[in-house]
Design a protein around this ligand. Structure first.
Ligand code: ADP
Ligand code: MG
Length: 290
């Protein structure tokens, strides 16, 4: 028996490690003319490492204590940055404190109470003095800087670095050829870290500092300019953008966490090369139909 072309395209996509939800989605993937990537955990491996702990002089915390408080607050976090902070504390044999009132703020960070202290670990915002200087230096070096705030006062800065996924440059090149337009980078991270990464994979349209709603707004803007946008993301913070776009593919952690509820397709083996492959499969199926 012969399968309808879009259904055999779905079966083929499965062989590339992409689960596509329906024939409608399979067809839409071939219409993509701009691919918008999330950064952390999507274009990067999503397993950042802690590269520095800088205690602010005024706050008078030892670096180890600062890291212990931050890691305790991050312990329930599912975010790659949170996991990196916890892993770094474990590597240094620090004993994590009891956590209460944990809350995660997508695209921003976490807050929790650790041994009666109010701890926030979050991206830099409204900084001045030493903290602003340290953050600017780290970001200029392509690092992601997060601020540890204790009882409402900034106490230190943590620096993190992530690695590009293998095949990222080949994938962006293939997508530029296939869709005729370069991919777009939508990230919650800082401009310097985002541009540092974008340069390595020839992405020129970089939109940093975006909270989840701003990622949605960026997708809507591209679509109202007539584009059909495929969003590729890995995190809960990408769910609204995945849902808003013409099509959305989840990968990495999200492949497991978000599954097909919020995304139209899921990449199960974390290979970026699967993205141009499914677009090409969709177009081929379309040609068979026509
Ligand atoms: P991306 O869009 O690149 O995947 P996110 O939207 O997940 O990044 O995060 C954006 C920024 O929010 C991070 O660069 C960091 O500053 C901050 N952030 C998010 N989650 C955490 C966390 N658990 N701990 C510290 N900072 C966080
Ligand atoms: Mg992400």
């Amino acid at each position: 028996a012969t399968m309808p072309p879009l259904l055999s395209a779905i079966a083929n996509a499965g062989r590339h490690g992409v689960l596509v939800k329906s024939a409608v989605v399979m067809e839409r993937l071939g219409q993509t003319d701009v691919v918008a990537f999330d950064k952390t955990g999507t274009l990067t491996e999503g397993t950042p490492r802690l590269t520095a702990v800088e205690a602010l002089p005024d706050a008078s915390f030892e670096e180890a204590e600062l890291l212990r408080l931050a890691a305790s607050a991050e312990r329930p976090s599912e975010h790659p940055l949170g996991r990196a902070v916890v892993a770094a504390a474990r590597d240094r044999d620090l004993t994590l404190g009891p956590v209460a009132e944990f809350a995660s703020l997508p695209g921003r960070g976490v807050t929790a109470t650790v041994g009666g202290r109010r701890i926030e670990v979050a991206g830099p915002h409204a900084l001045s003095g030493d903290a602003a200087t340290i953050v600017a230096e780290l970001e200029a070096g392509g690092r992601t800087a997060v601020i540890v705030t204790v009882d409402g006062a900034p106490a230190g800065v943590l620096a993190l670095a992530d690695r590009l996924r293998p095949g990222a440059a080949a994938t962006t090149a293939a997508l530029t050829t296939l869709t005729g337009a370069g991919p777009v980078l939508l990230t919650g991270d800082n401009r310097a870290a985002a541009e540092n990464l974008a340069r390595q994979i020839a992405i020129t349209d970089v939109r940093p500092g975006l909270l989840p709603d701003a990622k949605v707004a960026a997708v809507r803007e591209l679509e109202s300019a007539g584009h059909r946008v495929l969003v590729v993301g890995d995190g809960v913070n990408d769910a609204p953008a995945l849902a808003a776009a013409h099509t959305g593919i989840a990968m990495g952690r999200a492949g497991a966490d978000l599954t097909l509820h919020t995304a139209d397709a899921v990449i199960v083996r974390d290979e970026l090369a699967a993205i141009p492959a499914v677009i090409a499969l969709s177009r081929r199926a379309k040609r068979v139909v026509a």
